[in-house]
Design a protein around this ligand. Structure first.
Ligand SMILES: *Cc1c(COP(=O)(O)O)cnc(C)c1O
Length: 395
């Protein structure tokens, strides 16, 4: 048999395009903030995770520049081989205080947290119970374990109870409940208070991935602060790349947990540490969230206004409770078209979200609010969304 090593690529790519499931990568020629330049066009960006605008906050940018000048551009090695910067130690102590827990660790990314930490918390004698709509990086982390996997219906604590009973009966050594804090495609919030109560009853460990809750919930401190559960949630995973506007993954929790991760997480052990400029920017971003509450307040004012307006137009925003506002259309082709026309005709940059991010029949565009938007921006965006929504017979 004569093999054609790359023949499958063309075929697979054709399939992706034929089913309208292809991603379009656009190119930013300015910052990732509401007023930006994308593919040569001045646009209003409504799809950045930089909720508070901290990516271009002068203090955050300056911290990055100063640290780069002082320490250079790169870290040189993984932390356990050639050390980490005193900046990293400063960040981790500051972040633990910010989260009101004993300790924290700065990891490469939120993805690296999930793929590196989850497999170290559970093994073959254990059970992991995961929300049905958890982020793909959690799913990947869970795939790396040999634990028994149970799934509960999205945010459904009654079903979680059923799964916990089953895990308990099976004689599991450990039980890990894992959930997104804010669900990134729907913008709804996990019922962490009830999850935590249930976990206590069964002696289960709770892991919340709060990548989209940070900078948003609990005055920017995240979902644990939102529910006042500090010290009760065992593993709080997060990302510096979203509301904080910078880059990196975090875990906050007990001293023992952080010590364990430092020694065991394979992504922490095997991937190079943050460059110093990034670490300094992370410190500054946390500082800004603590000391300038106006950004979080603005984000929520915009969220409440915008959501009410699109709902009144007749859009289905699902269960959104946060600045993530999906406009659920159904058909993937229609969602792609909505995104495309908003971009080409109205200069609004929003992203169609299709399979595998969401189920095919729940295709949508996802709008994300931002503290840097003005009332005028919001009204312009609303007008454009209404025009294109009508044109495509969505509303
Ligand atoms: C974005 C996201 C991640 C990945 O975080 P990165 O720092 O971008 O790697 C993980 N989990 C959730 C829930 C996310 O939304």
């Amino acid at each position: 048999m004569k093999r054609e090593p790359e023949a499958f690529l063309k075929e697979e790519i054709k399939n992706i395009y034929d089913s309208n499931l292809n991603w379009v990568i656009r190119h930013l020629e300015a910052s990732s903030k509401p007023h930006s330049v994308v593919d040569g066009k001045n646009v209003l960006m409504l799809n950045t995770n930089n909720y508070l605008g901290l990516a271009t906050h002068p203090k955050v940018m300056q911290a990055s520049i100063d640290a780069t000048k002082k320490y250079g551009a790169g870290a040189g090695a993984v932390p356990v081989i050639a050390g980490t910067f005193n900046l990293t130690k400063e960040f981790q102590e500051k972040f633990a205080k910010f989260k009101e827990v004993e300790a924290s660790i700065l990891c490469q990314t939120g993805y690296a947290v999930n793929s590196g930490v989850i497999p170290q918390l559970i093994g073959k004698d254990d059970v992991v119970i995961s929300d049905q709509l958890n982020h793909g990086s959690i799913i990947d982390g869970v795939r790396l374990t040999s634990a028994k996997r149970l799934v509960y219906k999205h945010c459904d604590v009654t079903d979680l109870g059923v799964q916990l009973k089953e895990a308990d009966k099976s004689g599991a050594r450990r039980i890990l409940i894992i959930t997104d804090g804010v669900f990134s495609m729907d913008g709804d919030i996990a019922p962490l208070d009830e999850i935590s109560k249930f976990a206590e009853e069964y002696g289960a460990m709770v892991f919340v991935d709060d990548c989209h809750g940070e900078g948003v919930l609990g005055e920017g401190r995240g979902i644990v602060a939102h529910f006042k559960l500090q010290g009760k949630v065992h593993v709080e995973g997060g990302s510096m790349s979203k509301g904080f506007g910078v880059f990196g993954g975090t875990v906050a929790g007990s001293k023992d947990l952080i010590e364990y991760i430092t020694n065991k997480s394979r992504t922490y052990l095997l991937s190079t540490a943050h460059p110093p400029g990034l670490v300094a920017a992370c410190i500054a971003a946390v500082d800004v969230v603590e000391n300038e509450p106006e950004h979080v307040k603005k984000l929520w004012d915009h969220t409440n206004y915008f959501k009410k307006e699109v709902q009144e137009m007749g859009f289905n925003t699902g269960n959104s409770q946060t600045p993530i506002i999906p406009l659920i259309v159904g058909d993937p082709g229609k969602a792609q078209k909505l995104g495309e026309l908003l971009f080409t005709e109205e200069s609004i940059y929003v992203t169609p979200i299709v399979f595998p991010m969401v189920a095919k029949e729940l295709s949508r565009i996802r709008v994300q609010m931002n503290a840097l938007l003005s009332k005028e921006d919001l009204n312009n965006a609303l007008g454009a969304i209404e025009r294109i929504g009508k044109k495509l017979d969505i509303i």
